[in-house]
Write a protein that binds this ligand. Sequence first.
Ligand code: NSP
Length: 221
Amino acid sequence: MSLLERLKAAARDDWTGYVDHAFVRGLGDGTLPASAFRQYLVQDYLFLIQFARAHALAAGKARTLADMRAAKEGLAAIVDVEMQLHLRLCERWGLTAAEVEATPEHAATVAYTRWVLDIGMSGDLLDLQVALTPCTLGYAEIGRRLAPEGAGALDAAHPYREWIGEYAGEAFQSVAAGAHAWLDDLDRRYGSPARFPELVAIFAKAARLEAGFWQMGLDAA
Ligand SMILES: Cc1ncc(CN)c(N)n1
């Protein structure tokens, strides 16, 4: 069993509370209020800036060139791909990058991002990657669930088609597959049965903070 599968099994309720949150169901069936999505979108851009820092921190924590390259892939996926999607979506919602960047961070954004950065500062690369795993692999799972037949099969009139398509699409799924393989590789080198409970606690907390992030969007509706 991969480390991800073991972590999900050990933190099942927290994982389900995240990937099956009411926000996600609303995204899937298109019933999510626009005000909830807008709040999410703005805060998620601010979130990604901090998560880019966390991926850069992973490069700094790396002890091998291969790990540094893997961290760089995660950083590039955020800065060069995901943030561009957000800018396109923001534009469509009448928001400029400058306006979004000038928006104050919500408490849920600060709570999640600064906690991950703290895990990265105080722990090792495996701790940090476990803290980052619900972010990348959770969205990949959500993307596959919301578009089981692929991004191209989504209804053209679906209000959240572009968002779902991004996470269900090949580029993001391939980044997620790489992160999944890297996590197992780190676990083989740095993991141990003694460390597992601590890793579960990190993973479960990240999943709860993800659920809190969705809830922050819903609360704005
Ligand atoms: C809150 C959150 N979590 C995860 C992702 C996917 N990188 C995201 N964009 N935003």
